[in-house]
Design a protein around this ligand. Structure first.
Ligand code: ADP
Ligand code: MG
Length: 559
């Protein structure tokens, strides 16, 4: 279809809003244009977090020279032409808004050639106005260069994060699109460094290796048959992350953010993940174009579904059955009830049952210090049983240890007295492009907690020292979690807290670990000295009490 300006009645149906919020949104629009133009190779370059330069080059269909200027008109598009088209959108773009919106806030150069034309069309625009046109030799396809983004909109600049954070958003975005289009070869260069390159061979697992690293990619469990309604990969429950940032959903190959889909996926893990843990998932979902409305969000990041319940169930089932299949392997430690019971209790129901159970027993995070306790045993290798001035106390060994370590990490870090231990053998850690950006930007924070990491090959690092309190356990996972938490939004205080939290969580004794009497004593003594001994840093109780009068009542000694 040639590029045409949309009729006003079509324009009025388009979800208006800010298309270009930050550098990553420019990259998104340009990549979508390349994919709509059937490109098989897309190369993306960003400098200075995208504020100095963004360049996207593709080998797609190109724009006919006669239409190049028109492409920068508002609501000029070759992808839809009438109202009926809006009801069944099959292209990624459809509003004809992106190029003019980008040109309005930056300096833009376009070089493009269709296979029929001998010379490429060149356009140079400043503040949305064409200042130069011409013909130039160029390969088939399109190259768009965006310079000095937002320089004429200081208000926008103010809302941006540091160049490193903006770069990490760009790399996350390119990672998402390369997962959605494994048959396209993506290359990403950030400040001249190659941050990501996919093979473009159509194999999703190969892209997973590039984005999540070999170890994670190998562990991922396939969901559904390739190209079935719901298909892709999810992490086994043993491989969880502390943020939801690793859930990728593509509806008809469009990258979308959807609470519904996140909930459906996480629901499938019900009972398998610790609180605060989230799976990694890459799921492709196909729906008839009429069953979704992609025209509801200015950046097309969210979509509306005609039948939410059916979709929720389809995703939840597909993921659940993949997980269950995986769990039939004998000898895997798992909570058995979850696998055998066909109906799942919702998280809410679970919590309310728990509250019922604890009613009257829970200490209700009571302020003040703990009484002196006499330890006399361990229950289910998970709880420490102790006697106190008024009754029986049960201490959750993991939660209690987490509290102790959390306070210790915070204190050591605040007084810059972090105890560090060297690794006998340096540990190799693979990171995603996004994590690598965070590492480049926030390496000193990691350092201040006792992690010394040095670059070692593409997206691979050597870990030489770790905080002394970190147990052997899964050190790599702790590092990955901390990197992820650096990328999360929030003020720096919160970030520090999250780091201390993952450190404490990874270092604390686990439930199911048998403790010697000395270890139990030590733990209880340290808990008594903690500042906030009653809850773990996630807010769960560390200790519950059965008062003497409750015991008397239960045994019918008093009424
Ligand atoms: P939309 O993608 O919503 O149509 P854009 O402003 O992003 O609007 O692009 C306007 C038009 O320019 C597109 O409809 C398409 O015809 C053309 N175009 C933009 N980028 C490319 C590209 N990389 N390859 C081929 N054509 C392109
Ligand atoms: Mg577009």
């Amino acid at each position: 279809m040639p590029i045409k300006v949309l009729a006003p009645e079509v324009v009025s149906k388009i979800a208006a809003g800010e298309v270009v919020e930050r550098p990553a949104s420019v990259v998104k629009e340009l990549i979508e244009n390349s994919l709509d133009a059937a490109a098989t190779q897309v190369s993306i370059e960003a400098r200075g977090g995208g504020l100095n330069l963004i360049r996207v080059i593709d080998n797609g269909t190109g724009i006919p020279a006669t239409e190049a200027t028109l492409a920068f008109h508002r609501y000029a598009t070759s992808k839809v032409s009438n109202l009926a088209d809006l009801d069944a959108i099959s292209s990624l773009g459809f509003r004809g808004e992106a190029l003019p919106a980008i040109a309005a806030v930056a300096q833009v150069e376009l070089l493009t050639r269709t296979p029929e034309e001998l010379a490429g069309a060149y356009l140079n625009l400043k503040n949305g106005v064409v200042v130069e046109t011409g013909k130039r030799a160029c390969p088939q396809g399109t190259s768009v260069t965006v310079r000095h983004l937002f320089q004429n909109v200081p208000a926008r600049l103010k809302f941006l994060k540091s160049p490193a954070t903006e770069s990490s958003r760009v790399s996350n975005l390119v990672s998402q699109y390369s997962l959605a289009f494994p048959e396209v070869r993506f290359s990403l260069f950030l400040d001249g460094r190659m941050a990501l390159q996919t093979a473009g061979n159509g194999v999703l697992r190969d892209v997973l290796v590039k984005v999540h690293g070999l170890q994670t990619a190998e562990a991922m469990i396939p969901v559904g048959e390739v190209n079935s309604q719901v298909w892709g990969f999810v992490s086994p429950y043993s491989l969880a992350r502390s943020s939801r940032g690793h859930l990728s959903f593509f509806i008809n190959r469009r990258w979308v953010q959807s609470r519904l889909l996140s909930r459906a996926t996480e629901d499938a893990y019900e009972g398998l993940l610790m609180t605060g843990k989230h799976p990694i998932a890459v799921l492709n979902i196909s729906l008839p174009a009429q069953d979704i409305d992609v025209n509801v969000h200015p950046a097309k990041l969210e979509v509306k579904f005609r039948n939410e319940q059916a979709l929720f169930t389809a995703v939840q089932r597909a993921v659940r059955s993949a997980l269950v299949k995986e769990m039939t392997v004998p000898q895997v430690m798992r909570p058995p009830s979850v696998v055998d019971v066909p109906t799942f209790i919702s998280q809410k129901e679970h919590l309310s049952r728990q509250e019922e159970l604890f009613e009257g027993f829970a200490p209700r995070p009571s302020p003040g210090p703990l009484p002196i306790l006499r330890v006399f045993g361990q229950l289910s290798a998970t709880y420490i049983i102790a006697e106190g001035p008024d009754g029986l106390y049960l201490i959750d060994q993991h939660a209690a240890h987490e509290r102790i370590l959390f306070e210790r990490v915070r204190a050591q870090q605040a007084s810059r007295a972090v105890e560090v231990q060297g690794m006998l053998e340096p540990l190799t850690i693979e990171v995603t492009p996004r994590q690598e950006e965070m590492l480049r930007a926030g390496g000193e924070i990691l350092d201040s907690y006792g992690f010394a990491m040095e670059p070692f090959g593409p997206r691979t690092y050597l870990l030489r020292t770790v905080p002394a309190l970190l147990r052997e356990g899964n050190i790599a996972q702790a590092v990955i979690e901390i990197l992820d938490s650096l990328g999360e939004e929030g003020e720096s205080g919160k970030r520090e807290e999250r780091i201390a939290l993952s450190l404490a969580c990874h270092s604390a004794v686990r439930a199911g670990q048998v403790l010697s009497p000395e270890e139990m004593h030590q733990l209880v003594r340290e808990l008594e000295q903690a500042e906030s001994p009653h809850t773990c840093p996630h807010g769960r109780p560390t200790i519950i009490r059965f008062t003497s009068s409750q015991l008397e009542r239960e045994f019918g000694r008093s009424l």
